[in-house]
Design a protein around this ligand. Structure first.
Ligand SMILES: NC(=O)c1ccc[n+]([C@@H]2O[C@H](COP(=O)([O-])OP(=O)(O)OC[C@H]3O[C@@H](n4cnc5c(N)ncnc54)[C@H](OP(=O)(O)O)[C@@H]3O)[C@@H](O)[C@H]2O)c1
Length: 347
């Protein structure tokens, strides 16, 4: 039996993502006690308290957090709320697990990262880029890296949404900050900040578009990103390629496939250049582990308990948001140009 005190967690931003993905994961997380939920309305607080059997407070989240004893905050709301919660947590020495995107512009993150640098030893701030923590994603990356450093990555993140603006942003920015932020962060986690960003947009009817993004890094590494909201569901794939041409592919966070001469199969027998190996890597708790929610939260809890550095601090999100802004500026130019061409030369 463990004698370590549980991490007392307060929950904020009880929308779709929190209720569908994060709360089921938090309910089974080891060494965690949910002590409060903070909602904006009394009616919702009552409903959630009954459903989850956790004390729920209505009204201002600051008043709620000021009045309870918690060690950590878990928040999944709009990005302006993430900024406010990050600042609140940093200034009070509270730990915080914050959904992506952590802010709506890099300028907000610069300020927060400066406070984070000054208080790093006091509290853990973890930005949840869950897909990078997916079990199959991490295993595939680790297997490929046994054959040498990854030199090239191709990330495909296609969705059916957003098809309308969110968070007072343009539609392109809404997509980038809600979905595109994942593959950009994954690419920067592999290779560091890029030295060159190129991007282009293809527009379709009804607010749909495809984005092609190329990121060039030092030491000749590159990532190509196929993005867009023109698909009819959420579909992802990631390819990792080493300098020697060993290839690992993760599809929809679950299936892994390996290609390359000399790569070993499960029984460590080498296969030839024309063959490929397909693994169904074991995922203990279904979607929670495959999509990385549980692993990301586990990493956060580990940093909180042992005082080790966050695996996803605010400062790491700064170059990510800077890349998003570069892509957004290029693509919004493309959207404006397409609008002018459609209207014709007389207007
Ligand atoms: N990592 C992933 O895979 C993933 C997937 C989906 C979403 N997300 C992220 O999760 C976040 C939430 O997304 P969602 O789809 O759950 O959105 P949502 O359904 O709109 O929920 C957002 C919640 O934030 C709270 N909120 C909004 N404005 C607030 C304010 N000013 N003060 C206090 N609370 C406020 C509201 O909670 P109350 O009604 O309880 O007050 C609302 O229900 C977003 O940042 C999104 O990017 C991540």
């Amino acid at each position: 039996m463990s004698h370590v005190s549980p991490i007392r967690v307060a929950i904020l931003g009880l929308g779709e993502h929190m209720q569908e993905n994060l709360l089921p994961m938090l309910q089974v997380a080891d060494g965690v006690q949910m002590v409060a939920m903070c909602c904006r309305t009394e009616e919702k607080a009552q409903r959630l308290e009954q459903r989850y059997n956790v004390r729920a407070y209505a009204g201002s989240w600051e008043t709620c957090l000021d009045s309870i004893a918690a060690d950590a905050i878990v928040v999944a709301g709009p990005p302006h709320l993430h900024v406010a919660v990050a600042r609140y947590a940093l200034l009070r020495g509270l730990h915080a697990f914050i959904e992506k995107p952590p802010a709506e512009h890099p300028s907000q993150l610069r300020e927060l990262a400066a406070i984070e640098a000054a208080t790093e030893a006091r509290c853990t701030i973890f930005v949840d880029y869950n897909f990078r923590f997916g079990t199959v994603y991490r295993q595939t990356r680790a297997i490929v890296e046994r054959y040498g450093p990854i030199q090239y990555a191709k990330l495909r993140f296609l969705t059916a949404k957003p098809r309308s603006s969110m968070w007072n942003m343009s539609l392109v920015r809404s997509y980038l900050y809600s979905v595109g932020v994942h593959p950009v962060e994954m690419a920067l986690d592999l290779f560091g900040p890029p030295r060159c960003v190129t991007s282009g947009i293809t527009l379709f009817a009804n607010g749909r578009f495809a984005l092609q993004v190329g990121l060039d890094f030092s030491r000749g590494a590159r990532a190509d990103l196929d993005l867009g909201n023109y698909w009819n569901k959420f579909e992802t794939s990631t390819e990792f390629v080493t300098g020697a041409g060993i290839l690992g592919v993760v599809k929809d966070h679950r299936d892994a496939r390996f290609v390359g001469e000399g790569i070993a199969n499960i029984r460590d027998e080498s296969i030839g250049g024309k063959a490929h190996v397909e693994y169904s890597l074991p995922v203990a708790r279904g979607g929670m582990d495959a999509a990385g929610y549980a692993n990301a939260f586990h990493s956060f809890c580990h940093s909180v308990r042992h005082g080790t550095p966050s695996e996803s601090p605010l400062k790491n999100s700064l170059p990510v948001l800077e890349v998003l802004e570069r892509i957004a500026a290029d693509c919004e130019d493309g959207v404006a140009k397409a609008g002018r061409e459609k209207r014709g030369p007389s207007e």
